[in-house]
Write a protein that binds this ligand. Structure first.
Ligand code: NIG
Ligand code: FE
Length: 416
């Protein structure tokens, strides 16, 4: 990937989100804002954040790209740490049925839902998936996202799971955004295993996980732990095997029914537990003690018309809370960061400071990358966004509208 030399001159606010690990509880409020500051980037890495005057033309002569950010604010690129961005086909009818009162799990139990997208993904060629992948990544970049996680899970067979992961690997090389891949083989019960989920877990452990592992196709492993999908025992069995092989763990936990996924994430030392709409007090406390990131997905709760996760309570309990879109074709067909910010701040009781922390350094922590991205610190990758307004306080205020003007990835201006 290209790495650039670049200077951002005289920003009204440089919102550093400074730190090299996830921020918990009240630390999330501290954005480390430096006013009237410039940022210097060399070879894709941040080398200086300074309030001293910087001679832009001298840098220009040395071949640096110079961006005048007077009257604007600069933030780290957003880290969307939970998406299902590669899938074939769409489920617009299901969404409209849900708007008219049908239930997400009812659709799934009747053979629709995830299985519908599995069919679409099995039938899509690699080329088609690459094509839609690029379009989706471009859209995400437009919202200021510079690193995105992507899960498999619309294959449920060896060939298609591998195809999805290979497409993401390929996109990671082709596109300027960084993609972190997660193997989510146990995402639903395929029709052939409808009444025998244990046998499907065996298949995943014996036939698919080894191939994903040996070919280095994913860094994380994940499972949909949910009533009528995979139980706590099945989830534990799969995740333990994945951990033995060196995968880092994530878990779709306590989304619709409280099963104890939060507790399981803590027990297994997962990097994150995601959704958590129904997580118990004990599960939240266990996650805090084990340092598991709570990744909340408000756009999904909105789309499903479910109650939001207890963000305020989790932060007050001292958790590391991240926010992500959960972009997928079923429960949440949106990659919109402005919508996410609106929901977090207006509906979940999070401050904008906490929201920005959750979308930057804490998203990076959920992906085990808080030492490399997620903040404007010397030594980190220069993944930056320039916003049209002088303060980060405009982000929730301009409701549902992106404030992003420029996006910089590894010191290269990728969106102007
Ligand atoms: O994170 N909850 C499970 N998986 C996805 C939904 C996938 C789908 O409906 O296609 C989620 O919400
Ligand atoms: Fe998800």
């Amino acid at each position: 990937m290209k790495k650039g030399n670049l200077v951002i001159l005289n920003a009204q606010e440089v919102v550093t989100c400074s730190g090299f690990k996830g921020k918990s509880g009240s630390e999330m409020q501290n954005l480390g804002v430096v006013t009237h500051a410039s940022v210097i980037v060399e070879d894709g890495i941040i080398t200086k954040i300074t309030k001293d005057p910087v001679d832009g033309s001298a840098f220009e002569k040395k071949g640096f790209k110079v961006i005048d950010a007077s009257g604007k604010c600069v933030l780290p690129g957003f880290v969307d740490s939970h998406t299902h961005l590669i899938f074939g086909g769409y489920r617009e009818d299901e969404y409209n049925n849900r708007l008219n009162g049908m239930d997400y799990m009812e659709i799934m139990n009747r053979g629709g839902g995830i299985i519908n997208s599995v069919r679409g993904t099995q039938e899509s060629s690699k080329e088609t998936l690459l094509e839609v992948g690029i379009k989706r990544l471009n859209s995400m970049a437009g919202f200021g996202v510079t690193t995105v996680e992507g899960k498999s899970g619309y294959g449920l067979d060896l060939e298609t799971e591998v195809k999805q992961l290979e497409v993401m690997k390929e996109l990671n090389k082709m596109h300027s955004l960084d993609i972190v891949t997660t193997f989510l083989g146990p995402h639903a019960r395929p029709i052939a295993y409808k009444d025998n989920p244990d046998a499907f877990i065996d298949f995943m452990i014996e036939d698919v996980l080894p191939v994903v592992d040996e070919n280095g196709l994913a860094e994380f492993a994940d499972i949909f732990c949910e009533k009528n999908v995979f139980s706590i025992e099945q989830s534990k069995r799969f995740l333990l095997e994945a951990k033995k092989r060196g995968f880092k763990l994530k878990i779709h936990a306590d989304e619709i029914v409280q099963l104890g996924g939060a507790e399981l994430a803590a027990e297994l030392g997962a990097y994150s537990a995601d959704h958590l709409l129904q997580a118990s007090d004990a599960g939240i406390d266990a996650m805090r003690a084990a340092g598991v990131v709570a990744t909340l997905l408000p756009c999904t709760a909105f789309s499903l018309k479910e109650p939001y996760a207890r963000a305020r309570f989790m932060i007050d309990q001292g958790l590391v809370v991240a926010l992500a879109t959960d972009f997928n074709p079923g429960s949440c067909f949106t990659e919109s960061i402005p919508l996410l910010i609106a929901l977090a701040t207006n509906q979940m009781g999070m401050t904008i400071e906490e929201t920005i922390t959750a979308l930057t350094i804490n998203g990076a922590a959920a992906l085990d990358r808080a030492d490399q991205i997620g903040s404007i610190d010397v030594g980190k990758k220069a993944d930056l966004t320039v916003h049209e307004f002088p303060s980060y306080k405009f982000l929730p205020y301009h409701i549902g509208v992106s404030t992003v003007e420029k996006v910089i990835k590894n010191g290269v201006l990728i969106l102007d």
